[in-house]
Design a protein around this ligand. Sequence first.
Ligand SMILES: [Zn+2]
Length: 62
Amino acid sequence: MVNEYCPKCHALEIMNVNTVERNEEDEKGNFFKIITNSYNCNTCNTFVRSEDQKIQIEYKEA
Ligand SMILES: [Zn+2]
């Protein structure tokens, strides 16, 4: 369970976490998985913050 400060509730609230995964390729042909966690207030559903995690899944020599 994640608690974050909600600017609308003006209090620490429990967050709903939404996780979205997508794959990305850079100009060198390296593949990455981007995992985005979005935090929404459980009480008022206001978007509070999101964070990206970038994981390299395949590396090609230049
Ligand atoms: Zn709230």
